[in-house]
Structures are given as structure tokens and as C-alpha cells.
Design a protein around this ligand. Structure first.
Ligand code: FAD
Length: 301
């Protein structure tokens, strides 16, 4: 039986594994790949200045450190976590049952798709799902933000501070009555296409425009340099639903130490109800979860 099983190889899972291995815990990391979302880079047309992922050196340093440490990397996908005697059983897609005295869930979130033609082709080629991360780097760009709810309005508010022109596409009328919506309406570089629907993404090697339909059924094209989809995320928490508490959005509820309501199960990163999906927040969450798992195990070590 392992002291600790970490599920998920993103930043949160990586820092959790590093800190557990440093404490000499017998740790197993279960994830098909390492790096999680930090492996995604949005490519833009050559005429657009490139977008940088913040904290890149830190990510590379952490991955290098992980490789030097003593832990086992099991490349599989976890379908379920259940109680097993004094610990937990981690069930995988390939039907392995891995036993641990404690578990950290660091499985991140899925971004909801629009399911329109061109979306797969242009994913990360001018189209991305995380406008807020890029908000500080929008200088002089034309940006289209697609989404109906609060996330889209918030993204438009922040991007409008730096971009030359912002199109907010598909937002619902009632969202525009919120204090942030009213602020966005007042910005002179934002064009709001309320209740419009995206029909298709078009371009060459990169996304260049979207075809949208207006509420009256007429169609038009919106050209931009960067396209962001801002629809609510889906936390990858299905593997522990029914075992640990999750909030109405499916995020795993944790306390300030990264502990769930089940002693021995901690969680970290985007899958939790922590404030903000950011690399450094996820990295710090992994550290806290590992130290909490260590504190939980200490009496029996
Ligand atoms: C395009 C993009 C750009 C971004 N840019 C920035 C930026 O510039 N600055 C910033 O601070 N943040 C940025 N972010 C956000 C940041 O990347 C995330 O907040 C952070 O990486 C989350 O780390 P995580 O470990 O919680 O989750 P993830 O990175 O999502 O990792 C989750 C891991 O769990 C694995 N996994 C999922 N389910 C299972 C399962 N059932 N069994 C086993 N393994 C599983 C996945 O394969 C993955 O390895 C960006 C995000 C995106 C999508």
C-alpha cells in the first residue's frame, strides 16, 4: 500500500508529488501525462506578437525537479476512488486497483466547447479557452470573446483594459445589467453582440473570423486576431463524487489546508473551489495538499 497516491499530473499534482517525495513518503503519481494545461500553447499568426504562459521558468524547474526525485509514475486514467479498509482504493481505466493510505486529487477542469465547425481545427491556433490569463498581454489586438454568462462579461471587462477592440459575442441581456455588464457597455472599445450565436470559425492556418447569426436570423462575420471561448468549466471531480463534498459547480470543497471533508483525501488546483485558475495558485495548492497528507500520515509513519 502506498503512503500517498496523487491523481493528476498537472502543476498541482507535480508540486504535491515533489513535496511528498521530499518528505520521504512512498508516493505514486497516476496520470497519463505530465504538465497538464501548461502543455498548451496558443499559436498566433506571425503578424501577431506571441502570447506567453506566465511562470514558464517555474514550470520547467518543477518538472526537472520531479524527474530527480524518487516516486513512481503510473500512466493511467483514474475512474473512481473508494474507501478500502483504513485507506483508499484508486480504480483505473485499465482496471488496476491501487491502494493508498491517503490520496490527493489534482485532476483540473475541462473547458466547455462550442461544438461548431472549425473549433477543433483552430484550437490553440488563434482560439483558446482562457481569456483572463492573457488579459494583461492584449495591447493593440482585436479580440473576440464568446460566451453567454458572467465569465464572458468578466473577460470582456478585463481584456477591454488593454485590447484595441473587443467583440463580446453571445452574451445574454440580463448579464449586461450587472454592475460589470454596465461597465462593459460603457467602454468605447467594446462591441456587444447580445444573444448572437456562433455558427462557424473560419481562417487559413489560424482562426481569422467567426460567422454569427443575429437574433433576427441574419448572418454576419466578425474578424479578430484572437478568439476566446468563456463558458463555465467542468471540474474533473467525477472520480470522487459521492465520496467527498463538491460545490454546486462540481468543484471539490477544500479547507485552507487543502483537505476535503474526508480525512486522508486532499485536493489541489483547478478541480477545487480555490479562488482562481492560475498556475501559481495550483502549484501552491499542491504543496499545501502534500503537507496536509503528510500531517495526516505522520502518526502512522
Ligand atoms: C490555454 C491556457 C492558458 C493558460 N495560461 C495561463 C497563464 O498564462 N498563467 C496562469 O497562471 N495560468 C494559466 N492557465 C491556467 C493554468 O494552466 C491552470 O490553472 C493550471 O495549470 C491548473 O493546474 P492543475 O494541476 O490544477 O490542472 P491541470 O493542469 O488541468 O492538470 C490536471 C491533470 O490531471 C490529469 N487528469 C485529469 N483527470 C484525470 C483522471 N481521472 N485520472 C488521472 N489523471 C487525470 C490531466 O491529464 C492533467 O495531467 C492557462 C490555462 C489554459 C487552458
Amino acid at each position: 500500500m502506498y503512503d500517498l497516491i496523487v491523481v493528476g499530473g498537472g502543476l498541482a499534482g507535480i508540486t504535491a508529488t515533489i513535496y511528498a517525495a521530499r518528505r520521504r513518503l512512498n508516493v505514486l503519481l497516476v496520470s497519463k501525462t505530465l504538465g497538464g494545461k501548461t502543455n498548451y500553447r496558443m499559436l498566433l499568426p506571425p503578424e501577431e506578437p506571441p502570447l506567453l504562459l506566465e511562470g514558464q521558468e517555474i514550470i520547467e524547474g518543477l518538472k526537472a525537479e520531479l524527474e530527480r526525485l524518487d516516486f513512481i509514475h503510473y500512466k493511467d486514467y483514474v475512474t473512481r476512488v473508494s474507501r478500502h479498509r483504513d485507506g483508499f482504493a484508486v480504480h483505473t481505466e485499465e482496471e488496476a486497483v491501487l491502494l493508498g493510505k491517503s490520496v490527493i486529487i489534482a485532476t483540473g477542469v475541462k473547458h466547455q466547447r462550442m461544438h461548431v465547425p472549425g473549433e477543433d481545427k483552430y484550437l490553440m491556433r488563434g482560439l483558446s479557452y482562457s481569456a483572463l490569463r492573457y488579459a494583461p498581454h492584449m495591447g493593440d489586438r482585436v479580440v473576440a470573446i464568446i460566451g453567454s454568462g458572467k465569465l464572458a462579461v468578466r473577460a470582456a471587462a478585463e481584456i477591454a483594459l488593454t485590447a484595441r477592440q473587443v467583440y463580446l459575442v453571445g452574451v445574454e441581456a440580463r448579464e449586461m445589467e450587472s454592475p460589470l455588464g454596465i461597465k462593459v457597455k460603457g467602454a468605447n472599445n467594446v462591441t456587444i453582440l447580445e444573444n448572437y450565436q456562433v455558427l462557424e470559425l473560419q481562417g487559413d492556418e489560424y482562426a481569422r473570423r467567426i460567422v454569427v447569426s443575429a437574433p433576427d436570423g441574419s448572418q454576419m462575420e466578425v474578424s479578430a486576431g484572437v478568439f476566446f471561448v468563456e463558458i463555465a468549466v467542468i471540474p474533473n471531480s467525477q472520480l470522487v463524487v459521492g465520496l467527498v463534498d463538491v460545490d454546486p459547480g462540481g468543484h471539490i470543497r477544500i479547507d485552507e489546508r487543502g483537505r476535503t471533508n474526508v480525512p486522508g483525501i486532499c485536493a489541489a488546483g483547478d478541480v477545487t473551489n480555490t479562488y482562481m485558475e492560475q498556475v501559481l495558485v495550483a502549484a501552491g495548492g499542491g504543496v499545501k495538499a502534500a503537507l496536509s497528507a503528510y500531517a495526516y500520515l505522520l502518526p502512522g509513519l
